[in-house]
Design a protein around this ligand. Structure first.
Ligand code: GLY
Length: 601
């Protein structure tokens, strides 16, 4: 599978293609202070918290040589075996992803997309790979609108073939392994093949999610026959579940690489599945599959305290928005204020609102419009915006700013709906390499279409359903071949040129808040990864200040409301999996809101 990369990157790999960014939209002047529509959000959480939702009860894990943390114990154990037997972080990544697609099928898999942040110890280089799903070439910008040009209801768009983009995860695994893998590609599939063949016990979390999604999940007869028993009852906790179709798919990938997935029998099965979903067919074609390319992108980094916090640039909004939040907070002494101070949360909440305002206006696939990446993270731009935080109460009005290089655009604010799902894992190997990977099929169980033993994504619904607002274009509007804007924020914070924190989270657009808050907890408040993950969440995406229900943070609600924030108590289902690399070794944390663990040696 060819990888698309800037000329200076991967210089020794002859199969890599070189592209330049396309700038297909040239629009007119930016409009500072232009009225900002409220970010469209949704109170539905299809992948809700089903694990331990009362954080605070897990001891941190320490190790000397290597460490892995992910959202499912079977995936972590399989990855740990690879690391224990001499594999590196990229080898473990392939095994973890293939296992997650089996045991956590609602969150990620080979029918979806992913972003990888990889630090290579030998070259001392940080690389980001974009394995994001891509809009079919037959997709029109109004794909998610009805005959009157109004946005479809979210689930009318999601369930079926319409929402399926060309999957990117298999291509990403292959490209990463070709460049950095150590063990044989074939051998990395053995753990998931064996588990799919012999069966695994349905976890409490998976059973809960099947049950709560049963109507949508039973529309596709193949998904129904897998996730329900012969009487049509959702599988219960502890059921031994075998997946022979997934075994066959993995055997094909192990033997043939991604050839059949993108150009052969598996591609045909995927395309047929999407087009034959008669109640809501899609437009994915064999040509879309054959044309899929992983893209290497430049890491997006921001200075924060003594760290260089790096992540995934466009089409993800992750690193830019996390970077803006941190950059806006840089002038304020959060360490002195501490996590108990309402002023810390006022600053974090309003920094997030300012960053989300810019996100909604400017961030999308930079191959399709000129995203002002440098302008959005420019120190003087952020310092100027940061002065807005100097008051004592919540900002009354929050609008996008006018970053440098945004002069060529006139855009309006985004209305994409992003619901919490996805998975994140972090790996550090004995050689000093580090993997931070966030991986997704978008909504819980994606499009609900199952083929070859895996779920197909609904990533196209990460595009804005509208293309314009009052005649002004929306950056994240759908276009053929475009990649939908993501919030995924796989992160590696570098200190003195080497990785110090490897982290990330699932959670739709709340990913940004979860990642920013956990970084602040580790960097400013001296928390270990587990302590940072266990802290109650307070997340502001521009609208309400969401406060984690059932935690000590509830006591902050009246205080934040008195400061002028709109507040709401709610389940906040993060899945942060973080590793800190210190002079004394590795320290890891896993999120008790899901079912993950940490293993290290
Ligand atoms: N679908 C989740 C994300 O890409 O942010």
């Amino acid at each position: 599978m060819p990888l698309i990369a800037p000329a200076s990157l991967f210089p020794t790999k002859p199969h890599i293609q070189i592209i330049s960014a396309l700038a297909t939209i040239t629009l007119i002047a930016a409009t500072p202070g232009y009225a900002t529509a409220q970010q469209t959000t949704d109170s539905i959480a299809p992948e809700s918290s089903t694990g331990n939702s009362t954080p605070g009860s897990r001891a941190e894990v320490r190790a000397k040589d290597w460490m892995i943390t992910a959202a499912n114990p079977l995936a972590v154990k399989a990855g740990a075996d690879i690391l224990r037997n001499g594999g590196n972080a990229i080898d473990a990544m392939v095994t973890v992803q293939t296992m997650l697609g089996l045991v956590e099928p609602q969150s990620s898999g080979i029918g979806g997309g992913a972003f990888l942040l990889y630090y290579d110890a030998r070259s001392k280089k940080l690389t980001t790979l974009d394995g994001r799903e891509t809009a079919p070439m037959d997709a029109t910008p109004t794909l998610f609108q009805d005959e009157n040009g109004e946005p479809l209801d979210f689930y009318d768009a999601v369930v079926g073939g319409r929402s399926v983009g060309t999957p990117g995860t298999p291509a990403l695994l292959k490209a990463a392994h070709e460049n950095w893998g150590q063990l044989s590609w074939n051998s990395l599939f053995t753990p998931a093949i064996e588990t799919a063949t012999n069966g695994f016990e349905v976890s409490e979390r998976l059973a809960g999610l099947i049950s709560s999604d049963s109507e949508k999940l039973s529309r596709d007869p193949v998904a129904k026959s897998y996730f329900f028993d012969q009487d049509g009852v959702p599988l219960i906790t502890g059921t031994l579940l075998k997946n022979p179709e997934y075994t066959a798919t993995l055997r094909d990938l192990a033997t043939n690489g991604t050839a059949n997935f993108y150009n052969g029998t598996i591609a045909k099965d995927i395309v047929a599945k999407v087009r034959d979903a008669h109640w809501n067919p899609g437009v994915l074609s064999l040509q879309d599959m054959a044309n899929y390319r992983v893209k290497e992108r430049a890491p997006v980094c921001v200075d924060y305290r003594e760290y260089d916090v790096c992540g995934m640039g466009p089409p993800s909004s992750g690193a830019l928005t996390v970077g803006q939040i941190l950059g806006l907070l840089e002038p304020y002494d959060l360490a002195a204020l501490g996590p108990q101070s309402p002023d810390s949360w006022r600053l974090i909440g309003d920094a997030s609102r300012l960053a989300f305002a810019d996100r909604g206006r400017y961030m999308a696939d930079s191959d399709f419009l000129p995203v002002p990446v440098a302008g959005l993270l420019d120190k003087s731009y952020l310092a100027e915006r940061s002065k807005l935080l100097a008051g004592e109460t919540a900002l009354e009005d929050v609008s996008p700013g006018a970053p440098a290089f945004s002069h060529a655009m006139r855009l309006t604010d985004d209305e994409a709906i992003e619901l919490p799902s996805t998975s994140h894992f972090s790996i550090v190997d004995i050689y000093g390499n580090a993997v931070s990977m966030t991986t997704t099929i978008e909504n819980g169980f994606g499009s609900r279409l199952m083929v070859g033993g895996f779920m197909l994504n609904n990533e196209m619904t990460d595009f804005s359903f509208r293309t314009h607002s009052d005649g002004v274009p929306i950056a994240n509007a759908l276009a053929p071949g475009k990649r939908p804007r993501s919030s995924m924020a796989p992160t590696i914070a570098m200190k003195d040129g080497t990785p110090a924190i490897v982290t990330g989270s699932p959670g739709g657009s709340r990913i940004i808040g979860y990642v920013a808050q956990s970084l602040i907890a580790m960097i400013d408040w001296d928390k270990s990864p587990q302590e940072a993950i266990d802290m109650p969440h307070l997340v502001n995406r521009f609208g309400t200040y969401d406060i984690e229900e059932g935690t000590s943070a509830e006591s902050l609600e009246p205080v934040l409301a008195a400061l002028g924030f709109k507040t709401s108590l709610r389940d906040l289902n993060s899945g942060i999996h973080a590793i800190m690399i210190t002079d004394d070794g590795l320290i890891g944390g896993a999120d008790l809101r899901r079912e993950g663990i940490v293993i290290g040696q």
